[in-house]
Write a protein that binds this ligand. Structure first.
Ligand code: ADP
Ligand code: ASP
Ligand code: MG
Length: 416
């Protein structure tokens, strides 16, 4: 008997029919003698619908109220799933984040989990109940409901699994695992049986939305065995088969060194590029520009400072699309005159494409192969950034899918 956490995403919870299937699957695991905690997302489209309503009311809704609103999607899901389990004879109880309690900081719409109280959950499990806890939401010190950022149910699930010292966290979704790239973009993408924690962390942070990045961080920090698998298979398929299906995030970092050089390709449409032109090339200039952006709580990703000409330089960096207008405002209002910049320009139509793989450590020539492939497709590279296990390029958004397909092929990632 083991304690196992199941997470079901929006598509998996997308209709009452699907919820009944989730209940059948959960009941199968419970019947096999396991203690099961389920962390579901809102039904697919529901979070978008709620946030859309907020936008109809206000261009800039209060983040606290947004969290009150957005968190209701998950609250409906847990209750429906509890009813579905009860309807097939299982004892089940649902909880909202604050009832458990999942405590977070107060950063509304992107809160971080600080602690989880497992007392009540353990009592219910010991009493033979299936426990269902809302994904995506928590509660801050003042008792306000918070949410964890889009895709945050993954993080709720892995954090709950870590708090309960579960044997495994199973992330059920609408694909049957982690692929070499998004199968919606490359139809012959290949499923990975395992992916190292480091690679998964890079892929998630570079845009592969199959797992929220913080869930991967939790998995790494607590060495929580985490598997991504399909919720769309027959819910009554043999448990032994299901238990080894999908993709396991592995913590054995060296096992892949001798294998493929590249494990996957990630992309992010959600990029913008800002250039501060003609700033004096003197100490402290990067700090003055980026410090102001950071003070506005805007995350900066790629950065380049150009060669200086006649004591002047240009400074280019990327920020997420949602923060573009805010970043431009900060620069125009607080930075431009202060640092003596000639002008500030921006491009909101860029995307980032990255190749990821721990094999990069022991193979040379990956960057040149990547750049050759892009040049053969006539794709101009605007910015480059690298780490030990990834190379990212910023390109015009209209070439993004072409770049992903060409690189996927060039690195031989397609299924046989
Ligand atoms: P859920 O609602 O279950 O959380 P998400 O939509 O958040 O599901 O994540 C699953 C989706 O992630 C898939 O449908 C797929 O399009 C996308 N995806 C992006 N990159 C990858 C990848 N490398 N492997 C698998 N799926 C990926
Ligand atoms: N319902 C939330 C969202 O759509 C959280 C999640 O699905 O993980 O982002
Ligand atoms: Mg998701």
């Amino acid at each position: 008997m083991a304690l196992i956490v199941h997470k079901y995403g929006g598509t998996s919870m997308g209709s009452t029919e699907r919820i009944k299937n989730v209940a059948k699957r959960v009941a199968k695991w419970h019947d096999a003698g396991h203690q099961i905690v389920v962390v579901p997302s809102a039904m697919s489209g529901e979070t978008n619908r709620l946030l859309g309503l907020a936008k109809e009311i206000s261009a800039q809704p209060d983040p606290r109220e947004l969290d009150m609103l957005a968190s209701t999607g998950e609250q409906a899901s847990v209750a429906l799933l509890a009813m579905a389990l009860q309807a097939i004879g299982k004892q089940a109880v649902s909880y909202a984040g604050w009832q458990v309690a999942i405590k977070t900081d107060s950063a509304h719409t992107k809160a971080r989990i600080r602690s989880i109280d497992d007392t009540k959950v353990r009592q219910d499990l010991d009493a033979g109940k299936v426990v269902i806890i809302t994904g995506f939401q928590g509660v801050d010190e003042q008792g306000n409901i918070t949410t964890l950022g889009r895709g945050g149910s993954d993080t709720s699930a892995v954090a709950v699994a870590a708090a309960l010292q579960a044997a495994e966290c199973l992330i059920y979704t609408d694909v049957d695992g982690v692929y070499t790239t998004d199968p919606r973009v490359v139809s012959d993408a290949r499923r990975l049986k395992t992916v190292t924690f480091e690679e998964m962390l890079e892929m998630a942070s570079l845009g592969s939305k199959v797992l929220q990045i913080r869930s991967v961080e939790f998995a790494g920090n607590y060495k929580m065995p985490t598997r991504v698998l399909s919720s769309l298979t027959d819910p009554l398929m043999p448990l032994e088969e299901e238990a080894i299906s999908g993709t396991l995030i592995s913590f054995e970092e060296d096992t892949k060194m001798e294998q493929a050089t590249i494990t996957g390709i990630a992309f992010n449409r959600d990029e913008t590029k800002i250039t501060v032109l003609g700033v004096p090339d003197r100490p402290g200039i990067a700090y003055q520009i980026l410090g102001a952006v950071a003070d506005a709580n805007i995350e900066v990703d790629m950065i380049i400072q150009n060669q200086s000409v006649d004591g002047k330089t240009d400074f280019t960096f990327t920020v997420p699309r949602g923060e573009y207008t805010k970043a431009m405002d900060v620069l125009n209002e607080k930075v431009k005159t202060h640092v003596g910049a000639a002008s500030i320009t921006g491009d909101a139509k860029v995307s980032k494409v990255s190749v990821v793989g721990v094999g990069m450590r022991s193979h040379v020539g990956i960057a040149s192969q990547m750049f050759r492939t892009l040049s053969e497709e006539g794709i101009n590279i605007q910015m480059i950034s690298t780490s030990e296990i990834k190379i990212s390029v910023l390109i015009d958004e209209k070439y993004m899918e072409l770049a992903v397909r060409a690189l996927h092929k060039a690195f031989g990632l397609e299924s046989a």
